[in-house]
Design a protein. Structure first.
Length: 157
């Protein structure tokens, strides 16, 4: 079973790539100003952005720093699974405190990023929620000490 994220879309044309590049530089950039750069009307840019968003090619969101919003702890949790990985990944992804889940190859079957209000809250998420999911064999937690780089503007190909 393939998730929506792994579906392949037709290759993007140069105009769509240019629109994405503009929004990666500044997600608040107006459709009119993007239109001037890419040679389309404001309405045409709006339609393209809507199609790209609806297709799951991109999303425009505010990226926040969890530490500045009252979450004292961030951690990556490596999860080893017994049995099918997808149901475990879906269950972990359903937790409010989890903002990122990826199926991996290597030492862990899954990696999940967790944000928590405190060490005690993090312990509860891992012990009471993640480890209680059927199929979770073991976990290893990697506490974030200092964020050195986080970017979402890797361009388009």
């Amino acid at each position: 079973m393939r998730s929506d994220r792994t579906k392949r879309h037709p290759p993007l044309d140069e105009v769509s790539k240019a629109i994405i590049t503009q929004l990666q530089q500044d997600g608040r950039r107006s459709y009119a100003s993007i239109g001037k750069v890419v040679g389309l009307s404001e309405a045409a840019v709006r339609q393209r952005v809507q199609r790209l968003t609806d297709a799951g090619v991109m999303q425009v969101v505010a990226v926040t720093d969890p530490m500045e919003l009252g979450f004292a702890r961030q951690a990556m949790v490596g999860v080893r699974v017994t049995g099918q990985i997808e149901p475990v990944a879906d269950a972990i992804a359903g937790l409010d405190e989890v903002d990122y889940v990826v199926v991996t190859a290597g030492s862990y079957d899954l990696l999940a990023e967790v944000v928590a209000e405190s060490d005690e809250h993090l312990l509860g998420i891992i012990s009471d929620q993640i480890r209680s999911i059927e199929g979770v064999l073991s976990t290893e937690t990697f506490m974030y000490l200092h964020l050195r780089k986080q970017t979402y503007s890797w361009g388009v190909r």
